[in-house]
Design a protein around this ligand. Structure first.
Ligand SMILES: [Mn+2]
Length: 282
């Protein structure tokens, strides 16, 4: 009966879009009973390729995950748009691996070092990047572009990064050559974390195809049915994949396209889909 009740709960009508709009961080409760070192991150990922220009990494010991998305316009110029994104994530992972055991990593420092290492290679390319780490009892992040993450607590969306873009479907990005954003332009932030929080990190292949309330209901279902981070990542990515190919209903992409371009289409956005699900556990 409990499982049926839980399943029925996830089938309730969705709440209106926009309920969580706005940049304000919600007020976070602090639970002083939990020592700072009691939290850690369990994560898993699912990557569904389209152009194969996304990259991601995770490092359990330092509790850090990240995603990056190579900007596709370089593909049209004959440049491998994936190499910069992959270089960023590979370098960030190396930095995390080389951190002293037992220490935490600052996502902004990690992004800065990864950027310098990757830019030194000189490949003309650009990438978005979002790195999230658990430092004690806080989530910290550094973020450039239209990748991002959402945090869910008790099944409800608590925090959601907004995309940085120059114009419709053109994200702010880190570049190896002049004209792009620098790591200094990265949005950084911090918010308290608690055991049971579910952090969903993804590229625009996720967030342009799945509405916040849809993601919220998948997380509710996953938590209710005891999904592992891998189960959750796979279900979220599969839902995004389905939405990306639909031609008969709205997605965040089609809603924005209608607003910005006046184009009356209902469709998804076929793209690489990267989903990293990190569960905060005590
Ligand atoms: Mn993308």
């Amino acid at each position: 009966p409990d499982e049926i009740a839980n399943f029925a709960a996830v089938l309730l009508p969705p709440r209106a879009h926009g309920e969580h709009d706005g940049d304000a961080c919600p007020q976070w409760d602090d639970d002083e009973d939990v020592p700072r070192w009691d939290l850690r991150m369990e994560f898993a990922s699912c990557y569904l390729k389209h152009h194969d220009e996304d990259a991601h990494f995770g490092h359990a010991e330092t509790c850090v995950v990240g995603v990056a998305d190579g900007v596709g316009c370089y593909r049209d110029r004959g440049v491998d748009a994936s190499s910069f994104a992959q270089g960023l994530m590979r370098s960030a992972h190396e930095e995390a691996v080389n951190a002293a055991p037992g220490t935490h990593v600052c996502p902004h420092t990690l992004l800065e070092r990864a950027y310098q290492k990757t830019a030194a290679s000189g490949t003309p390319a650009a990438s978005t990047a979002t790195i999230v780490s658990l430092v004690g009892r806080s989530l910290r992040w550094a973020h450039v572009g239209d990748s991002g993450f959402a945090v869910f607590r008790d099944g409800r969306l608590l925090l959601r990064l907004r995309k940085q873009q120059r114009r419709f479907n053109c994200p702010v990005s880190l570049k190896t050559e002049g004209g792009g954003a620098g790591v200094a332009d990265a949005e950084v932030g911090e918010a308290p974390a608690r055991a049971g929080d579910v952090v969903v990190v993804g590229t625009d292949g996720l967030f342009d195809n799945v509405f916040d309330d849809e993601l919220e209901r998948i997380v509710q279902m996953g938590v209710a049915l005891g999904f592992s981070p891998l189960n959750m990542a796979e279900v979220v990515a599969a839902f995004a994949h389905e939405a990306a190919r639909c031609t008969y209903r709205d997605t965040p992409y089609s809603v924005e396209k209608r607003k910005q371009k006046g184009a009356a289409s209902t469709c998804g956005k076929p793209d690489d889909i990267t989903v990293v699900v990190a569960l905060i556990v005590s």
